[in-house]
Design a protein around this ligand. Structure first.
Ligand SMILES: [Zn+2]
Length: 116
């Protein structure tokens, strides 16, 4: 259940930020997480609700945007999504090349925090 520790870290970070800005209440936190991280949004929200009880983040909304895996072709610059349930053909849809790099799917960031 690795969502528990990551959610604890996010909450601690948010509370620290709140203190730094001399604010008292967190209203919402928005996260951007690549699908490769393997976190379940529902679990994070569930843990957040539990962990934030009795803290200035109690009642805050935790918004999680799961970012899909996308690649960019090194040959033609075409960007395409990785479809794990698709066919075995994983070549570039533009030029059918197989030289490409992952450009999203591994990120993990706090995009925004609303507090007052
Ligand atoms: Zn290509």
């Amino acid at each position: 259940m690795h969502e528990l520790s990551v959610t604890t870290n996010i909450l601690n970070l948010a509370l620290e930020k709140l203190k730094e800005q001399e604010l008292t209440q967190i209203h919402s936190i928005s996260l951007k997480i690549g699908v490769m991280q393997g976190y379940e949004k529902q679990w994070m929200q569930h843990f957040f609700e539990r962990l934030s009880k009795g803290t200035p983040a109690e009642g805050a909304r935790l918004e999680v945007e799961i970012v899909p895996i996308t690649f960019r072709c090194r040959d033609c610059g075409c960007e395409f999504a990785f479809d794990a349930h698709g066919t075995d053909d994983c070549s570039c849809p533009g030029c059918h090349g197989i030289s490409y790099e992952m450009i999203s799917g591994k990120e993990f960031s706090i995009e925004q925090m609303e507090a007052s």
